[in-house]
Design a protein. Structure first.
Length: 315
């Protein structure tokens, strides 16, 4: 994630802003990642990332408005229309302009709707219990009623949707995801491991912090959650390969948790699960990076892999 200076200042929350329960000591030991590459042709632009990546992922759905906005967060909205249809959600930003939420039909690849929301880096988006939660300004989480988002998604043009209430300040909201009635949100850290907290979601969208931080990998940009695993997307810099971490849930200390790490193409962002498939978003296809020769892999589409091909790496 190539952030402007102003956004960086907002994202990296100072320790003074955290309560004592939200200021754990984080380890800095390096985690070994599989760097083996194929060296051959790939299904995407630029050099191969790794054998594990190329064997599991393939091209998938296109992302709209890359000429104006840069995609970040990814989420899933089951039964979005009340008639059994589902959506993949992608949140994108543009500095100095409204952010956007795209609803993409996973069955057809078509963009069902585009909704504008207040400007932020929108590093994460997820749905649960009648609410859409989106990373807001600084370290905050905004909430939107799904009934209102549905109406806006069906409307012509790019209607603007206002958040409900005041954004919830948290320890870190660079990325977020949910599983059941729990939302997980954490911090991006360029130089060391970040932290992530679990928040219980009430019927009215209120988030209650669960004590105890989870360690997350350095440079975490996205998170997918399954019943037994966390899958982290990590990246920083247009000329650097990304990493994908598959971590067994249960231990908050990364050094004690069973995990697997392997290389991915440059500039990964959000990742979400839909119907047994993982969909991974890249920001490298946006207008900010696609024309830059320093961008290692220019990827304008989501990539997909079966969730089982990832989780099977860690028993």
């Amino acid at each position: 994630m190539a952030r402007p200076v102003a956004i960086l200042a907002a994202v990296f929350t100072t320790a003074a802003a955290l309560t004592a329960v939200e200021a754990p000591t984080i380890a800095t030991a390096a985690i070994s990642c599989d760097t083996a590459t194929t060296g051959g042709s790939t299904f995407y632009d630029g050099p191969s990332a790794s054998k594990k990546y190329d064997a599991r992922f393939s091209n998938s759905l296109g992302i709209p408005n890359l000429s104006t906005h840069t995609p970040q967060g990814a989420g899933t909205w089951y039964n979005w229309d009340g008639a059994g249809k589902n959506l993949l959600l992608v949140a994108s930003y543009r500095s100095g302009a409204d952010s956007q939420i795209y609803g993409i039909d996973p069955a057809t690849g078509s963009t069902v709707g585009v909704v504008a929301i207040a400007e932020s880096h929108v590093g994460g988006i997820t749905t649960s219990k009648g609410w859409a939660f989106v990373s807001g300004a600084g370290s905050s989480i905004r909430k939107y009623r799904l009934t209102e988002l549905r109406t806006a998604m069906k409307a012509a043009g790019t209607p603007y949707l206002t958040q409900v209430g005041t954004a919830r300040d948290v320890a870190g909201a660079s990325f977020l995801s949910s599983y059941g009635d729990s939302l997980f949100s954490g911090s991006f850290n360029e130089t060391g491991r970040g932290t992530m907290y679990e928040y219980k979601i009430a019927d009215d969208g209120t988030l209650t912090t669960v004590a105890g931080a989870w360690e997350v990998p350095t440079k975490t940009q996205g998170l997918m959650i399954t019943a037994n695993h966390f899958v982290y997307s990590t990246s920083y810099g247009r000329g650097n390969r990304s990493n994908l971490y598959v971590v067994k849930r249960g231990n908050k200390d990364l050094d004690a948790a069973p995990l697997s790490c392997f290389r991915a193409p440059s500039m990964t962002e959000g990742v979400t699960e839909y119907n047994g498939t993982a969909y991974l978003v890249y920001e490298s296809g946006s207008h900010l990076y696609s024309g830059d020769s320093a961008t290692l892999n220019v990827i304008p589409r989501m990539h997909k892999a079966t969730v089982s091909s990832l989780t099977s790496l860690v028993s």
